[in-house]
Design a protein around this ligand. Structure first.
Ligand SMILES: *Cc1c(COP(=O)(O)O)cnc(C)c1O
Length: 373
């Protein structure tokens, strides 16, 4: 047998692959169940944006043609919405694709990336895959008054050294749902050396209703080393189509675009994203459902005596004070898919995505049964 692991590129052997949420179809196949619910991947429970869905369907007849590699129309629309120039935008097959472009452009053996504990699972994967070192800052303590498990920006800054090339920040963060306020984050950006690229991952930004929540786009003029990423996977409900984007100054965009695969965003994805940007009704509905759903889950957790991490995303992470993987398995057996977060160093927590009112109710009922059993 050939031992391929002895000649992989640096970083590959140390890599722990991403574990996705379990697909509904797989669970139903395994258990012979039919009415399962999935609250595991922060997907929009209201379905795809109707305008997006229609636009995607309308272009399927042109699927023999490659998509527009420049993404001209989607970029034009994003530019009009954000006030940026089209050359400040880069499109990806999901925003994780854009985050990977940054890692592949700036990270290499001998360099490092800084991010927080309990942050998005793709940061260590992309960093390690590029052969660079992961420098993981301790998060705020679990008994922190305002933001338990949140990013500790001072701790992150303290880990930055002359070999740091990238800092990853998710705002709000997944899987905790915690968030950084305007002034604190801006001071952090000001304190960082300009040769460190900051990925500000705003995958959930459209869900956030807090007043001092920052809009990273407004800082792009001040920080040439900043790239803000957003996605159509979350509030727009287009996760299955894979489309997201990054926003930065034009030079940074040109550099990371060198490693972008041609035609990385498919024809229906481009069409859907462009149309979904106009679907303000759907956005409003989705935000409303999420606010009500968060309140529904929080009040039930309170009533059950379960602590949760304060969240402004479309998910919430609850402390079961017992083995989360075990509870996850028991929920699965009853047809409810949530997300175990032991791989995020949270072995006693589960992350649950906000569903429809009925899905939340069903999840809470089954959770109560499992905890009582
Ligand atoms: C979901 C998510 C993304 C985006 O995923 P894509 O589907 O690739 O756009 C990015 N960052 C965080 C923190 C996420 O939770």
């Amino acid at each position: 047998m050939t031992d391929f692991s002895s000649f992989t590129a640096p970083g590959i052997n140390a890599l722990n692959p991403y574990v996705p949420g379990k697909p509904i179809e797989e669970l139903e196949r395994e258990l012979g169940l039919s009415d399962t619910i999935k609250l595991a991947s922060n997907e929009n429970p209201l379905g795809p944006s109707p305008l997006g869905r229609e636009a995607a369907a309308a272009v399927l007849g042109e699927s023999n043609l490659y998509p527009d590699d420049s993404g001209f129309r989607l970029k034009a629309k994003l530019a009009a919405k954000t006030g940026l120039q089209p050359d400040q935008l880069v499109l990806g097959a999901g925003s994780s694709d854009v985050i990977d472009l940054v890692a592949r452009t700036f990270l290499a053996p001998g360099r490092n990336a800084v991010f927080s504990r309990y942050s998005f699972a793709m940061y260590p994967i992309y960093t390690t895959a590029s052969g660079a070192e992961c420098r993981v800052a301790e998060a705020l303590p679990q008994d922190h008054e305002e933001m338990p498990y949140g990013h500790d920006l001072d701790a992150m800054l303290a880990l930055v050294d002359e070999n740091t090339r990238v800092v990853f920040i998710a705002n709000p963060n997944n899987p905790t749902g915690t968030w950084l306020k305007h002034d604190a984050l801006r001071s952090f950006l000001q304190a960082l050396p300009r040769d460190v690229v900051v990925v500000l991952d705003e995958a959930y930004t459209e869900y956030v209703c807090e007043t001092d929540f920052p809009d990273g786009v407004s800082w792009l003029g001040d920080f040439p080393n900043l790239i803000v990423t957003r996605t159509f996977s979350k509030i727009y409900g287009l996760a299955g189509l894979r489309v997201g984007y990054g926003m930065a100054n034009a030079e940074l965009v040109a550099l990371i675009s060198r490693v972008r695969h041609p035609f990385n965003v498919s024809l229906p994805a481009l069409a859907a994203a462009e149309a979904a940007l106009d679907d303000l009704d759907f956005l409003e509905k989705s935000r409303g459902n999420n606010q009500r759903g968060l309140a529904q889950l929080v009040s039930a957790f309170d009533a059950m005596g379960l602590a949760h991490i304060p969240s402004v995303g479309n998910f919430i992470t609850v402390d079961l004070r017992r083995d989360g993987a075990d509870v996850y398995g028991k929920l699965l057996a009853r047809g409810v898919i949530v997300r175990p977060v032991a791989n995020y160093d949270l072995p006693h927590h589960l992350r649950v995505s906000v569903g429809t009112r009925e899905q939340n109710r069903h999840f809470l009922e089954v959770l109560q049964q499992v905890l009582a059993s």
